[in-house]
Each structure stands twice: as C-alpha cells, then as structure tokens.
Design a binder for this molecule. Structure first.
Ligand code: SF4
Length: 696
C-alpha cells in the first residue's frame, strides 16, 4: 500500500469502477480509472463498511466440525476421484461465479475441462449473460462487445432495453445523463416497468413482457421501408438481411400488429422508429430484461440485426451494447467458465480449438462436448446423475429458479463442497465448507462490460485460514495427481498462462487476444493499468471499437443477421395464476445480500422486499398498499408486503431478487420462478412466471 492507498476494482457490477483503499480505512473512487473517473454509486461508496470480519468463514468445516486444510483438501480430492473412477467424469460438477476473479475461473475451468474430462462447469453468469454470449456468437462468430463506454457519451440516441441502468449500472448511467445534459442525447427506455432509468428518458415504452422481439421486428421493417438501411455496408460486411426481413414482416408487418403484440400506442412506436431511423449515432444498451428470458438469444439478435442493418456498429456513438451484470461476468466468459465454452473463447465444435487447447494444457482428458448448463446441472444433482458438486462463491439455494428443488438436490447429493466468504443458504447444505478470501484480500483481474481488464489488488489479510479460490482449486488438482499443470506460485503466473493461451488460440482468428500481456512479470502484473482487449502481441495501445469495417470472426468474415420469429414467454398467465412475476435488483443491494445486507445505510433505501402491483390489479384483488400478499406459482408460494404503484404495468408483479431466508423469514423469490430456459443459451426466464396473488 502506498501513501495514497491501493488501487483496486469494485466487486459489484459490470461497470467495473476503480476504487482506492486508503491507509485510513476509507475507500474512494479512483479518479484515474477510465470506467468511473472517480465516481462511485451507493454500493461502491459503502465498500469500507463491508469489511468487518464478523461472521466470516475462517476455517474449513466438515459437517460443522473444524478440520485442517490438509484434511479438507485431501477429502475433496479423494471423494471427487472416487466418483470419477466409479461413475465417470460427468458424475461430478463445478458451479462457479461471476464474483470469481479471472485467475480463479481459469484454474477451475482447466481442472474440470482439461483434467477431470467433463465440461460440467457452469457459472451463475448463466443467469446473467448467457443469452448475450449466444447472440454475439450467432451474429459475430465470437462473444465480443463491439463498442466502448465512450459511445454512450457520444451517441445522439441511447435506447435502454430491459435495463434499469440507473440502479444496476449507476455510474455508467450517470455518465449518460451528464452527456445528455451536454449534448441533448435522447434516451428511450423499453421496459414493462417504469424504473428509475425512465425518469430522465424522453420516451418510455412500457411494452408487454417478452414482446421485445416483435417491437424490434417492426423496427427493422420500418428501417427497410423508409430507406434507412446501409446497403453498402451490408453488401460488404453482413449476410442474412432478406431472410431476417421476411421473418420480421411475418411477425410485425405493420404498426397495428406491433401495437397489438406489445400493447404500446401506435404513436409511441412510430416515434421510436422514426428516432432510430434518423439518428446515425444510436447505441442500444441492453441488460437482464433481454437476457433473462426464454427468448433471450433472439432478443439479443433482434437488437444486433437493427444495428447491422444500418451499419451502426463499432463507430463512435453507435452500436449494440451489452451491460454485464457482475464484476467479472466477462472474465468468466474469457476463460470458458460456461459449460458450452472451451477456454479463451474456444469452441467445442471447432476441431482447431479443441486440439490447440489440448496441446497447450497437455490435457490428458480434455472434454470434447459441452456440459450441463446451470438449471440442467442442478436437475442432474437432484436425480443422482451428479454425485459430487463443488460450488464456488455463489448461493444457488437462494438464487436459482425453483430454489426449493435446488435445496432438495443439495440435500440428496452425496458430496457437496462450498467455498465462500460468509455462511449462506447454500453453505448450510454443504458437507464441506471451505473459507475463501474475499474482496480486498484476493489478487487478480476482472473484465468489465467494455472489455476492460482491471486489477483487483489485496489490501488486507484474509481472516483466519481463508484462502484464495485459485489456490484451493489448484491444491485439489495437485492432490488428484496433476501436480505439474497446477503448480503456479501466484495469480501472475496463472494470468500469463491465460494470456498465452488466448493468443495461441485466437491470434488472427478472433479479437480475444491478450498476447501483449503474455510475458508480464510479477512486477508488471502488479502495476498493470486498466486496459481493453484486443491486446495482441506488439500492440501499441489498448483495444478500441470493433467491426466498423467488418472483419468479423466468422468463416467468411461477414456478420450474420439472424431471423428471430416472435415467441411470447414460455408460461402464460391464466385464470388460476393471472399475474406475471418479474424479479430484479433494487438500487442498494447486491445478489443475495451476503455483503450489502450487512451495511445499515444500504438498507435505508429499501429495507425489506415488497411485491409491487399496479393499482388496478391491487384493487381488483383486494390487496392494500402495505398489506400482506401471498404470491403462489406452480413451484411455491411466498408471503410479503404489498406495494401499490403506478410504475407497475397491469398484469404484472415485481419482487426484488435479493432477500433470502437469512434476511426475510419468507425466503427467496427464486423459489417461485419456473424452470423455462432459452433453448439456445440455457438462460432461465426470471422475469415471466405466472403467479396468483391474494391478500393474507
Ligand atoms: Fe461498483 Fe457498479 Fe457502483 Fe461502479 S457502478 S461503484 S462498479 S456497483
């Protein structure tokens, strides 16, 4: 720590703000970090208050009994090896997290896919960004965000789709509002709810849940019919326009049809289409309202289609822009943390990737096909196909759909290991709990929504015997007989290996290339400044916008417009369950509150979960503002206080995702959420579960 403090990165959202941990214990925004330039939101500003060691997990616990690290690590290695020997590698699984650092993620992925020989490693990013990963892959040939944050400040029109950026990406949203004040940027929000992000918007389109694809189909038809396509760019760089337009015309041939599907006024739709058609500098930023859907991948591609059709991609102030939820959702994607990825953006269906990864890792048992995605994985645990499970830095017993079934799965699983910092709903169901080092104690890198790597640097010691996740995973790998491949002496060595693999796999083929960082020594790694990829060997500067002049990582170098037929949410309301349950974040809480729930001032904004209903629904159902309401889905029920608000669309109810058994006796809202998933990405539909609501 210098006199000024330690420069590190906020552990919450995908904006990836730089912070400085000062010697006096305060934590402030880093004025030199390009993502935030010194700004912090309420969560980032309260980081210093999350650092108390009270309640931390400090020693390995086997069925609640303290054991040594040697005993714990030997046990994990023995139990996993025994299951693999008897039932094969697909009988074990890892479920990891966007809270992991890239180095942690790399080790977990290498162990499972390269050495155990299964791709049964998935991450809670499956709940966050999987549809974007799939949509990027279909359109661009690889998972690449074309734009950079500056585009939100250089655009004349910013369309926020399914994104309450004011609460979920606050610092980036403030950058957008500052730009609006400077240059009059128009903002359109597309969201069934009137969220905080709608307050400064010029137009809010409160569309019917899940009807985004129809709205966007109407948009691309409008662009074609009003001579707003960039034919020259399309001819040079993209394919699939005619099929895409034909499908869009079938879905949304005219304004009346779009209005009927979306429930929007024709005049509002027409205004949005006109603004989009006539504004070359347009950014469409999207988040969980797009991703967390059984049609999430189609929604992503419908957005990208409109940008490809107008050539608005990778140019200043123009492009489709995915806002990632977690601090390292992007880093996890880079190492192959999802069950359908290989490593370093490698693909299972590309023989060159498979052979290069096998050779690089000298992997004895490289997995050659995708593994089970999160929802499938816990079903496999429940029905006994998976007999040993290791969960790292996440709380699926409170956050996955059908949370009660997840709890049952964990109770039935012969061997469950959980690495975490604090006790959670999930550690309570583990056979073995491993104490993990947390934010401020860990050392590594994360990547934010604009492809920018930043260092997370330690400035305090872990409590008790807590250890870094990469170390725990590597120790188990070495005990399983793979000593040489997991013998790193620290995160810098892991990062070098990861960067070398990225270059070896992708140089000249895909943008994810960190070759310029492949030879960093420990001092250079310690001093690494925030930098955006691509960073190929010899790069003189960080990566910038991508694809304005084509060069997509597809076999023919062309982007793909993807036909996206409209599908409504998988489950529809009916007489028994007439409302659609939407779940999401509140401003000052994070995930299942293991960190933010300990800070009194963060509970001052919203201190308890409520079910927010529209006034008409509340009156019809006899539910009073502040009264108790029972919500019942096909999978469970929950009693909580009602809030009646005109921000809510008729026919819907919103409940925040954060509160669990630890903070509200009623339990997590995830127990109500159904199991429908996007057929391409496997991402669960977290925003459209039919429920009944009744006063209690
Ligand atoms: Fe942290 Fe996100 Fe807030 Fe920045 S915007 S301080 S990264 S929570």
């Amino acid at each position: 720590m210098t006199e000024a403090g330690v420069r590190t990165t906020c552990p919450y959202c995908g904006v990836g703000c730089g912070v400085i941990a000062r010697p006096d214990g305060s934590i402030v925004g880093d004025p030199e970090h390009p993502a935030n330039r010194g700004r912090l939101c309420s969560k980032g500003s309260a980081l210093a208050e999350t650092l108390a060691d009270e309640d931390r997990l400090t020693h390995p616990l086997l069925h609640g009994r303290r054991v040594s690290w040697n005993e714990a690590l030997d046990l994990v290695a023995e139990r996993f090896a025994a299951v693999i020997a008897e039932h094969g590698p697909d009988a074990v699984a890892f479920y990891v997290s966007g809270q992991c650092l890239t180095e942690d993620y790399y080790v977990a992925n290498k162990l499972m896919k390269g050495f155990i020989g299964s791709a049964n490693i998935d991450t809670n990013s499956r709940l966050c960004m999987a549809s974007t990963v799939a949509g990027h892959g279909r359109a661009f040939g690889a998972d690449v965000v074309p734009g950079i944050y500056d585009d939100l400040e250089e655009a004349d029109l910013v369309v926020l789709v399914g994104s309450n950026a004011a609460w979920c990406h606050p610092v980036l949203h403030r950058r957008l509002l500052a730009a609006k004040a400077r240059r009059g940027t128009r903002i359109v929000t597309i969201d069934p709810r009137r969220t905080a992000a709608c307050e400064e918007a010029d137009l809010h389109l409160a569309l019917a849940p899940g009807s985004d694809v129809a709205l966007l189909a109407g948009l691309i038809v409008h662009l074609a019919d009003h001579d707003a396509l960039d034919r020259a760019w399309l001819d040079a760089h993209a394919s699939g326009l005619e099929e895409t337009l034909a499908t869009a015309r079938t879905t949304a041939g005219d304004l009346d049809r779009v209005a009927a599907i979306t429930g929007l006024a024709r005049s509002d739709i027409a205004l949005f289409y006109d603004w989009f058609a006539t504004t070359p500098r347009t950014v469409t930023a999207f988040s969980q309202g797009v991703n967390q859907s059984s049609a999430g991948t189609d929604k992503v591609n419908a957005i990208i289609n409109c940008h490809l059709a107008t050539g608005r991609i990778g140019k200043p102030g123009a492009g489709p822009f995915s806002l990632t939820g977690q601090p390292n959702a992007m880093g996890g994607r880079e190492v192959g943390g999802l069950a359908n990825q290989l490593a370093a953006h490698g693909r299972f269906d590309d023989p060159i990737d498979v052979e290069r990864v096998r050779a690089f890792w000298r992997a004895p048992n490289l997995a050659t096909r995708p593994g089970l995605k999160a929802v499938e994985m816990f079903e496999a645990v429940r029905d006994g196909r998976i007999k040993a499970l290791w969960i790292v830095a996440t709380n699926p017993a409170a956050s996955l759909p059908r949370a009660q079934r997840v709890r049952e799965a964990l109770e039935a699983c012969p061997f469950v290991v959980v690495s975490d910092c604090w006790p959670t709903d999930t550690t309570a169901l583990a056979d073995l709990v491993l104490p993990a080092a947390g934010w401020g104690e860990k050392d590594g890198t994360v990547t934010n929504s604009e492809r920018r790597l930043s260092r997370q640097r330690p400035f305090r010691k872990p409590p008790g015997e807590a250890k870094a996740d990469w170390w725990i995973l590597a120790q188990v790998a070495r005990r399983m007989g793979w000593d040489e491949a997991f013998a790193w002496n620290g995160p810098a060595a892991i990062f070098r290996e990861h960067a070398t693999l990225s270059a070896m796999l992708n140089a000249g083929r895909r943008p994810f290339d960190l070759g310029a960082l492949a030879t960093l020594d420990s001092a250079a790694y310690d001093a690494l400044e925030p930098c955006r990829w691509p960073l190929p060997a010899g790069a003189a500067s960080e990566g910038g916008r991508l694809f304005a002049a084509g060069g997509f990582p597809t076999p023919d170098g062309r982007a793909r417009l993807v036909p996206t037929p409209f599908r409504p949410p998988a489950q529809q309301p009916d007489a028994e369950r007439p409302l659609l349950l939407n779940t999401g974040r509140v401003r000052d809480q994070w995930h299942t509150m293991t960190r933010t729930g300990r800070v009194p001032k963060l509970l001052a904004h919203i201190g308890a979960p409520t079910a927010t209903l529209a006034p008409g629904d509340a009156a019809r159902l006899g539910i009073a503002d502040g009264g108790l309401v029972r919500l019942t889905s096909a999978d469970g029920s929950l009693v909580l206080h009602a809030a009646v608000s005109a921000t809510q669309r008729e026919g819907e109810v919103f409940v925040p995702m954060h509160w669990t058994h630890a903070f509200a006796s009623a339990g997590p809202v995830a127990r109500l959420v159904g199991a429908a998933c996007d057929p391409v990405s496997g991402q669960p539909e977290l925003k459209a579960t039919p429920v009944a609501a009744e006063p209690v």
